[in-house]
Design a protein around this ligand. Structure first.
Ligand code: PLP
Length: 371
C-alpha cells in the first residue's frame, strides 16, 4: 500500500525530535487538558499567524462545530459547495442549513458577488473556505457581513502558513479554523486550531472544548470534548521545525510540475500567486478533456492503475452528497461554476513524501496519456 503515491502523503519532521518530546510526555505523565506542549503549540501558532488567540482542538471539524456554536449561529449559513464535506456537515450537525453559494472560476473560492442574493431573514453567517491556501476575497465578504449584521467565519483547513495582501491568514473575520490532519501541510496526526482576535469568543471556545468547565466541579454551559492531546501537540511542534523545508520542497515540486506539464494541450497546473506566502500543498490540475483528448476520470483511473493515487477534488460537490442532495435536489441549478469545476479538477501527489524521481514518473505518465 505504501509504495503507492497518494495525494496527501504526510509531511513529517524529525523522528528524533518527536521521540524526545514523547519521552518528556512519559516523564511528566501529563497527556491532555492544556498540557505544556499544547500551550506551547498554541503560543507558537499565535506568533506565526499574528493572532491573539489560538485554541487547539482535536480536529478541524470539531473546531468548526465549536466555532459555529460559540458564535451563536443558527438558521442558515452561506458557504461554497466546492469544499470538503466537513465544512457543510459542521453546520448541518447542529441543525443549521448550509446554503451553497457558487464560486469564482478563477480563484475557486466563494464568489462575493453571489452571496447577497442568498441572504434571507434566517441567515446568520458567511463561512468562506480559503481553498488551496488561496485567501477568499476577505474584504468583500467582510463588507457584506457588516452590511447585513452577519458573522464571518473561515475554514482555513488548507491555508496554514499562507498570507493575503501581506497579512497572514488566521486573523480574518470573527474566527478562522485550521486543520492539522495527517494529510494537511502541517499535521498534528489529527488536530486543528481556531484562531481569533476576540477575547470573549476565545474564552467561549476554551470552555466549549472542555465540557463547559469554568473551574473545578464548575460547569456554566453546554460543551463537548474538543481537546488536543499532548502527543498531537508534540508532533505539531516537531513538524513546525521543518516548516521552511516543507515549503521549499512543495514549491520546487510545484515549479517542476508546471514546467514538465506546461506544453500539454488542455491541461493546466493551477498557478499560485507568489507575491503572497503559499504552502504549495495542492498541485491542482484543470483538464479540458475535449482538447486533452482524454476525460478527467479516465486520466485519473489510468494513473491509479499505475499506483499514482490522484484525487478528484471536490467531487461531486457537497450539494450532490447526502443529506444535502435530498434536502435540495435542485441546488446545482444555482451553482454553474461549481458544477463545471467538479468535472475538471484533480490533484497530484506532492510534499516531502514524494521524491523528485516519483514526480518525474507522474509527469511521464501524464505526458503519455494526454495527446
Ligand atoms: C481537511 C478539511 C477539513 C476537516 O479537517 P479535519 O481536521 O480532518 O477535521 C475541513 N475543511 C476542509 C476544507 C478540509 O480540507
Amino acid at each position: 500500500m505504501n509504495d503507492k503515491l497518494y495525494v496527501g502523503r504526510p509531511n513529517i519532521g524529525s523522528r528524533e525530535a518527536f521521540l524526545a518530546r514523547v519521552n518528556d510526555i512519559y516523564d511528566r505523565r501529563w497527556l491532555s487538558n492544556d498540557g505544556p506542549y499544547v500551550l506551547e503549540f498554541e503560543a507558537t501558532m499565535s506568533r506565526l499567524l499574528g493572532v491573539k488567540h489560538c485554541v487547539a482542538m482535536c480536529n478541524a471539524t470539531v473546531g468548526l462545530e465549536i466555532a459555529i456554536r460559540a458564535l451563536g449561529l443558527t438558521g442558515e449559513v452561506i458557504l461554497p459547495s466546492f469544499t470538503f464535506i466537513a465544512t457543510a456537515h459542521a453546520l448541518q450537525w447542529q441543525q443549521i442549513t448550509p446554503v451553497f453559494c457558487d464560486i469564482d472560476p478563477l480563484t475557486h473560492n466563494i464568489d462575493p458577488s453571489k452571496v447577497e442574493a442568498l441572504i434571507t431573514p434566517r441567515t446568520t453567517a458567511i463561512l468562506g473556505v480559503h481553498l488551496w491556501g488561496r485567501a477568499c476575497n476577505v474584504e468583500a465578504l467582510q463588507k457584506i457581513a457588516d452590511r447585513h449584521g452577519l458573522k464571518l467565519l473561515f475554514d482555513a483547513a488548507h491555508a496554514f502558513a499562507c498570507s493575503d495582501n501581506g497579512r497572514m491568514i488566521g486573523g480574518f473575520g470573527d474566527a478562522e479554523v485550521f486543520s492539522f490532519h495527517a494529510t494537511k501541510f502541517i499535521n498534528t496526526l489529527e488536530g486543528g486550531i481556531v484562531s481569533t482576535n476576540n477575547d470573549d469568543l476565545a474564552l467561549r471556545l476554551r470552555q466549549m472544548k472542555n465540557f463547559g468547565f469554568t473551574g473545578y466541579d464548575q460547569v456554566e454551559s453546554i460543551g463537548t470534548n474538543g481537546k488536543m492531546n499532548e502527543v498531537s501537540a508534540a508532533m505539531g511542534l516537531t513538524n513546525l521545525e521543518s516548516l521552511d523545508e516543507f515549503i521549499a520542497i512543495n514549491r520546487a515540486h510545484y515549479h517542476r510540475y508546471r514546467e514538465r506539464l506546461a506544453d500539454l494541450p488542455g491541461l493546466t497546473v493551477m498557478p499560485y500567486d507568489e507575491t503572497w506566502k503559499c504552502n504549495f500543498q495542492y498541485i491542482v490540475v484543470d483538464l479540458d478533456s475535449e482538447i486533452a483528448g482524454i476525460s478527467r476520470d479516465e486520466l485519473v483511473r489510468r494513473l491509479h492503475e499505475q499506483g499514482v493515487i490522484a484525487r478528484r477534488y471536490f467531487f461531486p460537490g457537497c450539494h450532490r452528497m447526502e443529506p444535502y442532495l435530498t434536502l435540495n435536489p435542485e441546488a446545482g441549478g444555482n451553482l454553474p461554476e461549481t458544477e463545471k469545476l467538479v468535472q475538471r479538477l484533480f490533484c497530484l501527489p506532492t510534499g516531502s513524501g514524494v521524491s523528485v524521481a516519483d514526480l518525474e514518473r507522474v509527469c511521464d505518465l501524464i505526458r503519455g496519456l494526454v495527446k
